[in-house]
Design a protein around this ligand. Structure first.
Ligand code: PLP
Length: 351
């Protein structure tokens, strides 16, 4: 059967009616890839799976929330949407707005979003405004605009975003046939960890799973307000998608970690880059740097003897590596140049 997108796939768990016009790019249905080579390399005796959200239509999990946010905006008669973004929300809002025939306005921190993401918002014809400020400041501005003008906010403060994003948890359970013991993910604005926890609880209450995972979120050390217990004015990390100093879903994320007996912790940029390389080199999965924060956290916890033998562990890889190809080029070995001769080729290949 043709995959219908997350709203049709999980309609009974989502706030839609027969009157809701469904705006979908057939997001969701993303791979849950068993990753034994990565587990072995880090010496973890666990059953490890990577949920590759880079396989969504615009290359990040943001599409799960955007399909619902845009569908509901359309149902309400909205002609335009607005968001602040570290990149992926703007790419997704622009694409879904184009598909719906709506206008998208996006505010981004000048010079702080990757070219891949910026190019997406541009080609989908969003109106893009770069501000001399960071994501948190951009979010304050768009919140006020949405309160005073006829435009719908599609940041994760929009409750439909998290409702859509919770389908990531449904898919994990459907793909495994059970809930994992631990679920790791990166934490930026803290919406996704909140959404996954809602999804697991919905499935548990519906009798679809008989246990709940521990929710384990990782922030970047230079952008770790939740871990440090205070707003970070100038968050810094190479993982631009989680460069956020005052997360919108701060309290909900703390609640998800506490209720599930999980935790929210942090990893350094070096740890993120190490994990990013391992995911690509050992499992063939190209994610963006921020996406590797969950795996970096898994590696960190594993060193403390955190896991029991045979634990089922899922890490969400939030976005596609091609969005920030520049970064991977800066840390990769350059290709060697050779003349076209067979002798040189054989020598270069080491045969
Ligand atoms: C948005 C995003 C995050 C952070 O998710 P939050 O819900 O804001 O915590 C992480 N990685 C990528 C690639 C993202 O686009």
């Amino acid at each position: 059967m043709k995959w219908p997108g997350i709203i049709e796939a999980y309609r009974e768990f989502l706030p839609v009616t027969d009157d809701t016009p469904i705006v979908t790019l057939e997001e969701g249905g993303t791979p849950l890839i068993r990753s034994p080579r990565l587990a072995a390399e880090i010496g973890a005796d666990i059953d490890l799976y990577l949920k590759f959200e880079g396989a969504n239509p615009t290359g990040s999990f943001k599409d799960r929330g955007m399909t619902l946010a845009i569908s509901k905006a359309k149902e309400d008669g909205a002609k335009a949407v607005i968001c602040a973004s570290t990149g992926n929300t703007s790419a997704s809002a622009a694409a879904y707005s184009a598909h719906a025939g709506m206008e998208a306005y996006v505010l981004i921190p000048e010079g702080k979003i990757t070219l891949g993401k910026l190019s997406q918002a541009m080609i989908h014809k969003a109106t893009i405004l770069q501000i001399d400020g960071n994501f948190d400041e951009a979010l304050c501005l768009v919140k006020e605009i949405a309160e005073n003008y006829p435009v719908t906010l599609v940041n994760s403060l929009n409750p439909y975003r998290l409702q859509g994003q919770k389908t990531g948890a449904f898919e994990v359970c459907d793909q495994l046939d059970y809930a994992p013991d631990h679920h790791f993910l990166p934490v930026g604005n803290a919406g996704n960890i909140t959404a996954y926890w809602m999804g697991y609880k919905d499935y548990y209450n519906a009798g679809k799973i008989d246990s709940l995972p521990k929710m384990i979120g990782f922030q970047a050390a230079g952008a770790a307000p939740i871990v440090r217990g205070k707003i970070i004015k100038n968050p810094k990390t190479i993982a631009t998608a989680i460069r956020i100093g005052n997360p919108a879903s701060w309290k909900q994320a703390e609640a998800a970690a506490a209720e599930s007996q999980g935790r929210i912790d942090m990893v350094t940029d070096d740890e993120i880059v190490t994990a990013y390389r391992m995911i690509a080199g050992l499992e063939g999965i190209y994610c963006e740097p921020a996406s590797a924060a969950g795996v970096a956290g898994l590696i960190k916890l594993n060193k403390t003897g955190y896991f029991k033998s045979g634990d089922k562990v899922v890490c969400t890889l939030t976005g596609h590596g091609l969005k920030d190809a520049d970064f991977s080029l800066t840390i990769s070995e350059k290709p060697a140049s050779i003349s076209g001769s067979m002798d040189e080729l054989v020598k270069a290949l080491g045969f």
